[in-house]
Write a protein that binds this ligand. Structure first.
Ligand code: PEP
Length: 267
């Protein structure tokens, strides 16, 4: 049985004083669920504080991104050893806001935007391998845009992103990766993907992992759903066979909401 993993992506939110308030308010919710894995991904500047604050808790810390080089002339970048040293266990890789879709409505999404926030399948793969080499567990995000869904290419987009992310990754490494199916149109929009459909697409990811590495690895890999997960839809999503957890953005910033999502987890 795969363990459920609920992760909160704080994005560009959370000074140290905000984190003190939020994490204090979540203490009992975390303590109540030692059976599931809880992960908190604050901004870089709050990671050290959060790691210290959660040192005695069953929740782990994750970065929101990393660079694939360990060190060098790469201004503003953060490497796997740096995240590891500060207390991270996980790191998000390939979030759609890093894949060039950063706050930009789809008609304006173009090459110029990619140049600023341009994670591609190639850089996602480099980051994922750097995370593994540095002893971090990647939470690898995949998902289609609205126009990709409307044109019927959801399955191929998700499947191709999955295989591209896994290029050069061994079966043993793959079994320890967390995937997050995050349809871009559902992120921060309040428009959740129907649980049946989210489960189906998570199944596509599992199938792809199975094709690449075999049924054993596919059975082991944890797959989250992310995109407008809220207390009122969490139980339905988390109760589905292919959904092993949630990657939560907005609702992870509200203690009562994140606590309710954690509590709603059936296993
Ligand atoms: C996310 O940023 O990964 C996310 C799922 O955001 P939200 O829950 O706000 O849609």
């Amino acid at each position: 049985m795969r363990q459920t993993i609920i992760a909160g992506n704080w994005k560009l939110n959370g000074t140290i004083s905000d984190a003190e308030i939020l994490l204090s308010a979540l203490e009992s919710a975390f303590a109540a669920r030692p059976d599931i894995q809880i992960v908190v991904c604050p901004p870089y500047t709050t990671l050290a504080f959060a790691a210290q604050k959660l040192a005695e808790s069953n929740a782990k810390i994750g970065g929101q991104d990393l660079f694939w080089k360990e060190k060098g002339a790469y201004t503003a970048q953060i490497s796997a050893p740096m995240l590891k040293e500060i207390g991270c266990t996980y790191v998000i890789v390939g979030h759609s806001e890093r894949r060039g879709r950063f706050g930009v409505p789809e008609p304006e999404f173009n090459e110029a935007v990619l140049a600023y926030f341009g994670d591609s399948d190639i850089t996602v793969n480099l980051k994922l391998k750097a995370a593994l080499a540095g002893g971090l567990i990647p939470i690898c995000c995949v998902g289609e845009t609205l126009s990709e869904r409307q044109s019927g290419s959801t399955d191929s987009v998700v499947s191709n992103q999955t295989s591209a992310a896994l290029k050069g990754v061994s079966a043993e490494q793959a079994s320890g990766i967390v995937f997050a199916y995050e349809p871009v149109w559902a992120i921060g929009t309040g428009e959740v993907c129907a649980a049946v459909e989210a489960d189906r697409v998570c199944g596509i990811i599992r199938q792809k992992v199975g094709k690449l590495y075999g049924a054993d690895t596919a059975e082991k890999v944890q797959i989250q759903y992310g995109g407008s997960v809220k207390p009122d839809n969490a139980a339905d999503l988390l109760g589905r066979p292919n959904i092993d957890g949630a990657l939560v953005g907005g609702a992870s910033l509200k203690a009562a909401d994140f606590a309710a999502i954690i509590a709603a987890s059936p296993r």
